[in-house]
Ligand binder design. Structure first.
Ligand SMILES: Cc1ncc(COP(=O)(O)O)c(C=O)c1O
Length: 408
């Protein structure tokens, strides 16, 4: 079992495994001093696009930047500043923040209590002449209802961007998360299966989107090659002085950009994670399913999500929601788990009504009953690769004892 404190097991939320391959690459990168975005970032992008089964992947500094850039691309394809993007009310706050930072107005839709994801029934009534996109989130790695969402988008001419930050390894009807819509946005922060410590990756099948993404991550520059010869081998770039009067296109700016490139050290950590991807995914899946399959015994006091036959949940974490019938609060459950060495996170919040940053949009508490309920009564705990069956058993028995004590 994992390391223990005062004889008690420790079940931390996340972990990171740094491979020997990463250590070797980091040594080489430091020795050659080619540290900013270069050949290893490009290699990471190639491996990530192959993993997700799309033509293009563009690496950036964070999952939030991946969301922002995936949305900001739309400004090159007809969207105007202040146009609307429909998002689930419940997500990590980065999803809503990204919509605002990309120059759009978030329009929130409530989620379903059973899936935690955007309720497709609530999307269509929110569509206006200014709606440009839908940004579903695969929360806790459970795929959103993409067929219905894509169908609505198609009928109304909207783009769909998957927030797949938590959905590494998730599959929907045989296809990986990140390949199910126009663009996908992943986080490769420490808690995720492919991790670069910090970082994000945008996936898409469209080359024209990828070109704009590469420009956006580097200040909106006019140059947007997938492999930059200046960064990769400090070579001469024949395309550089091709501006109207022979000026340097690196200093011609075509659009409002961002500064969010990934660096080589981060890419080296990520490339190492590919070596272990299958083993980590399998281990995390085993942990997740072990708990999900045994969680029914706590209903109706505690509930979680389930896996449908057409999907594979990306093993990010175990969500737990305290039911209306419970005679204990989330705070009491959290304290019990933390006191027993099990690290917890809240299950986020209703962004429009429980996160102050969105107060200016004028939503009122009560408008998103499901998101607000989960925001007040939900937590999530880890399933990472340093844990195994004994730890998952410990989690179940610790929860079991608590429920039994409180309900009797
Ligand atoms: C659903 C969701 N979207 C976006 C993000 C932002 O990712 P990052 O922390 O890498 O910026 C996260 C965080 O992991 C997330 O959970």
């Amino acid at each position: 079992m994992q390391g223990s404190v005062r004889g008690m097991p420790r079940i931390p939320f996340g972990t990171i495994t740094v491979s020997d391959h990463s250590r070797r690459l980091i040594g080489e990168i430091l020795d050659t001093r080619r540290i900013s975005s270069g050949k290893y970032v490009r290699e990471l992008e190639n491996r990530f696009s192959a993993l997700v089964g799309v033509r293009e992947a563009v690496a950036v500094s964070s999952g939030t930047d991946a969301d922002i850039l995936a949305l900001a691309v739309l400004h090159d394809f007809g969207a105007a500043r202040g146009d609307e993007v429909i998002v689930p009310a419940l997500s990590f706050v980065a999803t809503g923040n990204a919509v605002v930072h990309a120059g759009f107005r978030p329009v929130f839709a409530d989620v379903r209590r059973d899936t935690l994801n955007i309720d497709p029934d609530r999307i269509e009534p929110l569509i206006t002449a200014r709606t440009r996109a839908i940004l579903p989130v695969h929360l806790m790695g459970k795929p959103a209802e993409m067929d219905r969402i894509n169908d609505i988008a198609k009928r109304h001419g909207l783009a769909v961007i998957e927030d797949a930050a938590e959905a590494h390894g998730a599959m929907y009807k045989g296809k990986p998360a990140g390949s199910l819509a126009d663009l996908g946005a992943f986080s490769v922060y420490v808690a995720h299966i492919i991790t670069c410590v910090e970082g994000g990756i945008v996936t898409t099948d469209r080359e024209d989107y990828a070109e704009v993404l590469r420009s956006l991550r580097s200040h909106g520059r006019s140059c947007n090659c997938s492999r930059c010869s200046l960064n990769v081998d400090s070579g001469y770039c024949a395309k550089r002085f091709r501006g109207e009067e022979g000026e340097d296109v690196r200093f011609v700016f075509d659009r409002i950009g961002y500064s969010c490139k990934m660096n080589e050290l981060e890419a080296a950590i990520g490339l190492g994670a590919f070596e272990m991807y299958d083993a980590i995914l399998e281990k995390r899946r085993r942990n997740l399913l072990y708990v999900l399959e045994r969680f029914g015994r706590f209903a109706p006091f505690l509930t979680t999500i389930g896996e449908e036959p057409w999907e594979r949940i990306g093993p990010h974490a175990i969500p737990i929601v305290v039911g209306e019938e419970a005679s204990f609060t989330r705070a009491e459950l959290t304290r019990h788990l933390e006191e027993h060495g099990i690290e917890t996170r809240t299950l986020f919040a209703s962004m429009p009504t429980q996160c102050r940053g969105f107060a200016h949009l004028g939503y009122r508490l009560g408008e998103f009953p499901n998101a607000e309920y989960i925001g007040k009564h939900g937590i999530h705990i880890g399933v990472h690769q340093d844990l195994g069956e004994p730890e998952m058993e410990y989690v179940l028995s610790t929860i079991g004892r608590f429920v039994e004590e409180r309900q009797n």
